[in-house]
Design a protein around this ligand. Structure first.
Ligand SMILES: *Cc1c(COP(=O)(O)O)cnc(C)c1O
Length: 395
């Protein structure tokens, strides 16, 4: 099938939940993709911050191949070697003591929300309220959509789950005002992704942690998008000298395979006991074998250093566009999650980039988001900015 045939078939029998671009990719390698008509693209979307090691990283492919040919799935009724191994890697490189595996970011956040409730329930404290941020994104299930501080994701699905309140991001005073004896936790993305690549001020997360400690409430970091090396450290919180009580991961964790994880300290994780929570597929052999390969490659192949270096180059090159295009308002980000806010809508620009064989995407109406593989080179950054410059000239 070519691009058009795949698009037609999609229109016939796929639920219409996405406004899709008129291409279908059939092959990928590193930062490059090829579509069903044989055209090559430079990828600065990475499957939405999933393929952090580039497409079809050889170690990940090998791990998936070997595991698929050996044992794919047995269920969590039994011990799972690669799952335990992946948990050890994650705990050994983070604040966490225990991991619960699931299959997506939303599920990881569901687990975090349930864990927090169970934790206070066991202590006999009537704390149910979770404080979340405006412009946040935590997923599309009922609970995570309720936790998401953006009306556009909630419209038509009300009534929402109770006991979520929203405060402006990066405003510690607003959180302080929202905390009361009913509050269980604060959930926050260390850097907001879908909400427009919003970076907090240096002390915000530290102050949030202190506030949570003083108030006896828990702190959840949603690192579904910014974890797994995206910001130049394995976890984004490492940039801010502060750790949470609970953290959620997904996107980049499995090198492209569906997986989610909720990590917590022993004290908090202890609220989950046999029967508390479960997932049939969660942490199965195939997904966690891919995860082990992805985490090891991230830690051992200079990926984090490259992310910092290429990220700095990306911000510098994008900033270089500012003087020529007055509709560029701001460039912000950390590592290789970078946003360029314009004073005009960006959807057409994304389309024009696609025509020139460059994939970028939007985070909201007016922010272009750049989330290339963490192995992207300075040369590819230059190539991308060159294409983008050509497109912006036509605006
Ligand atoms: C993508 C994302 C989610 C949801 O992940 P899914 O795998 O789509 O359920 C949750 N939180 C953040 C910060 C995300 O970027």
């Amino acid at each position: 099938m070519n691009n058009r045939e795949i698009a037609e078939l999609t229109g016939l029998c796929i639920a219409n939940t996405y406004r899709r671009f008129p291409v279908a990719f059939v092959r990928g390698k590193g930062t490059r993709l090829w579509d069903a008509d044989g055209k090559e693209y430079l990828d600065f979307v990475s499957g939405l911050a999933v393929c952090n090691l580039g497409h079809c990283h050889p170690k990940v492919v090998e791990a998936i191949r070997n595991q698929a040919a050996t044992l794919i799935h047995t269920s969590n009724l039994y011990h799972i070697g690669p799952q335990a191994e992946l948990a050890k890697l994650l705990c050994g490189n983070s604040f966490a003591d225990k991991v619960f595996f699931c299959n997506s970011g939303a599920e990881a956040n569901e687990a975090a929300i349930k864990l927090v409730r169970k934790y206070f329930s066991l202590r006999g404290e009537g704390r149910f309220k979770i404080i979340s941020m405006e412009k946040s994104f935590h997923g599309r299930t009922m609970a995570t959509m309720s936790a998401t501080g953006q009306k556009k994701f909630q419209a038509g699905f009300e009534p929402l789950l109770e006991k979520f309140v929203y405060v402006p991001f990066n405003d510690i005073g607003a959180v302080g005002n929202a905390v009361n004896s009913d509050t269980a936790a604060v959930i926050v993305e260390p850097i907001q992704g879908e909400g427009g690549v919003n970076v907090p001020s240096d002390n915000y997360l530290k102050e949030l942690k202190s506030l949570c400690r003083e108030s006896g409430i828990l702190l959840i970091f949603d690192e579904v998008q910014v974890g797994m090396g995206r910001t130049g450290t394995l976890f984004a919180y490492e940039n801010y000298g502060v750790s949470p009580d609970v953290m959620t991961l997904a996107k980049g964790l499995g090198g492209g395979i569906a997986i989610g994880a909720m990590l917590a300290t022993d004290e908090v994780a202890g609220a989950f006991t046999p029967g508390s929570h479960a997932s049939t597929f969660g942490g199965n052999h195939l997904a966690t074998a891919a995860g082990v390969a992805a985490v090891e490659a991230t830690l051992n192949e200079g990926v984090l250093d490259n992310c910092k270096k290429a990220g700095a180059e990306l911000i510098e090159r994008l900033s270089g566009l500012k003087k020529d295009f007055p509709f560029i308002k701001e460039i912000r980000g950390k590592g290789l999650i970078v946003g360029m806010e314009l004073t005009i809508p960006v959807y057409d620009i994304v389309n024009k980039c696609l025509e020139r064989r460059l994939l970028v995407n939007c985070a909201g109406e007016t922010v272009l988001r750049f989330i290339p593989a963490l192995i992207v080179t300075g040369k590819e950054v230059d190539e991308m900015v060159g294409i983008l410059r050509g497109v912006l000239k036509g605006v």
